[in-house]
Design a protein around this ligand. Structure first.
Ligand SMILES: [Zn+2]
Length: 140
């Protein structure tokens, strides 16, 4: 079950992409709550050169570190804005991509992540979403 604070975080992510949506450029919003309780939101940066694109989660984390000096992630969520031609016009919670799972784990291995499920958004631990995380070492 989502808490009131979790719903507040989803609302912050939705608000960010609602305000900044641009078709093909900004389509995903993210919001995170730092360990000290502050909320930072961000939107993705798509790019003509695809490999330069940056996910919304990374932008939100960059804001938290730059503006708040806080690197710990209590909870994080991403939401996707529909494209104009989509049949469904709801802003929905989406799972973080594999790279973002690595990033989230790097900054807070105890982070909670709000992800979609058949019964609506639920909370998962980053460790559950990233078994056998990448490591340069032979052992963890
Ligand atoms: Zn990502």
């Amino acid at each position: 079950m989502l808490s009131e604070r979790d719903r507040e975080l989803i609302a912050a992510a939705r608000d960010a992409i609602k305000r900044r949506y641009r078709n093909d450029w900004q389509e995903v919003g993210a919001a995170l709550r730092t360990r000290d309780g502050r909320i930072y939101a961000g939107v993705n940066l798509d790019a003509y050169l695809g490999r330069m694109a940056v996910c919304a989660e990374a932008v939100a984390l960059g804001r938290a570190i730059t503006e708040g000096g806080e690197t710990g992630i209590d909870t994080i969520v991403a939401v996707r804005h529909p494209e104009p031609t989509d049949a469904q016009q709801d802003i929905v919670v989406v799972s973080p991509c594999g790279s973002c799972r690595e990033l989230i784990w790097d900054y807070d291995r105890n982070a909670r992540v709000i992800v979609p499920s058949a019964n609506g958004p639920v909370v998962a631990a980053i460790g559950e979403l990233l078994p056998n995380k990448y490591s340069r070492e032979r052992t963890l």
